[in-house]
Design a protein around this ligand. Structure first.
Ligand code: BDR
Ligand code: CA
Length: 313
């Protein structure tokens, strides 16, 4: 059993990552979930997180984090996830309780009061995580590693070199990559291979309540992905969770990875030092391959498990 904290900005793929983590409670103990302004405003992504958690009647602490990045301003976009940040399904499940403390303080207290070391899973811009590490350096000893969806050592999506989560807050990402903690990086190198096909999406329709919710999320997400040239849908954020559940379905290499924080065309670029010997050591496991069928199977099984649990609740 591993203790994890999920920091996220739901987001269709964030939602599927959260659901998969919840379904695997025999392997992952979710200490809490925090939200960060990213895909959409902090208010919108927090509403989305509440909706997902209410839908499956979860009992996981939820806290709101930072509204936006450390240095620049947040510029949310409707392109990938719609106006709400998680368009598609309609939710009417009432309100989910929110912690009264800011996510950074809340995360600190939870992580420090737990016996095991915690794995932080970052599915959005890394602002909350960077603030945690900088505000409370003693927390470093209580963190096992940081599993992120972010970056890409070969290409970007928001610019030709930068991936969205890193691009939104490169200064925060720079702090995290240089924290001394081991980084598991599910960047575009692997996440664009972690696709669900249109027929696999269709197979979720009317299957069970949670599977159908995933269908509605993926149906919208697939349509919006077409404007970026995708036929199938890469479920980026799910990789950062699935690696913790089934590392054997992924392949990757250890590199020294850092983040470009300069203004200009390469702002937010995560670059890897591929020399055999790097003076800075190898801080990051960069995931580069995934067994796509097995990846989708883990998701489908998780949704089915939640379908059954919801029936008996
Ligand atoms: C990342 O950006 C967001 O749109 C997704 O939720 C994912 O975290 C992919 O670049
Ligand atoms: Ca995300």
């Amino acid at each position: 059993m591993r203790d994890i904290w999920i920091d996220c900005d739901p987001g269709h793929d964030d939602a599927l990552a959260i659901l998969t983590a919840i379904a695997n409670k025999d392997k992952l103990n979710i200490l809490g979930i925090s939200t960060i302004g990213g895909n959409q405003t902090l208010e919108k992504v927090t509403t989305n997180a509440k909706n997902i958690l209410s839908f499956v009647r979860a009992d996981i602490p939820l806290a709101m984090g930072q509204k936006g990045p450390l240095v620049k301003c947040l510029e949310p976009s409707d392109e990938a996830h719609g106006e709400s940040g998680m368009d598609g399904p309609y939710f009417d499940h009432g309100d989910y309780p929110l912690a009264s403390k800011n996510a950074v303080n809340f995360m600190y207290e939870k992580i420090m009061s737990t016996e095991n070391k915690t794995i932080i899973v970052g599915l959005g811009p890394l602002t909350n995580v960077a603030l945690l590490l900088k505000s409370y350096p003693e927390v470093l000893d209580k963190i096992d590693c940081i599993s992120i969806m972010g970056g890409g050592i070969n290409h970007g999506n928001i610019t030709s070199l930068a991936e969205f989560n890193i691009y939104v807050d490169p200064e925060a990402a720079h702090i995290v990559f240089n924290s001394g903690l081991p980084i598991l990086m599910a960047g575009l190198d692997v996440t664009e291979k972690a696709e669900i096909t249109v027929s696999e999406i269709e197979s979720l329709k009317n299957k069970g309540k949670v599977s159908h919710l995933a269908y509605e999320l993926l149906h919208f997400y697939n349509k919006s992905g077409q404007q970026f040239g995708f036929i199938n849908s890469p479920i980026h954020d799910l990789c950062a969770i699935e690696y913790l559940l089934k590392p054997e379905i992924f392949g990757g290499n250890h590199y020294y990875v850092d983040v470009n924080t300069n203004d200009g065309v390469s702002r937010g670029h995560t670059f890897a030092d591929k020399r055999l010997v790097s003076e800075k050591g190898k801080n990051t496991l960069v995931l580069e391959t995934v067994n796509r069928e097995k990846f989708v199977e883990v998701l489908i099984n998780a949704l089915e498990k939640l379908d059954n649990e919801l029936v008996s609740k």
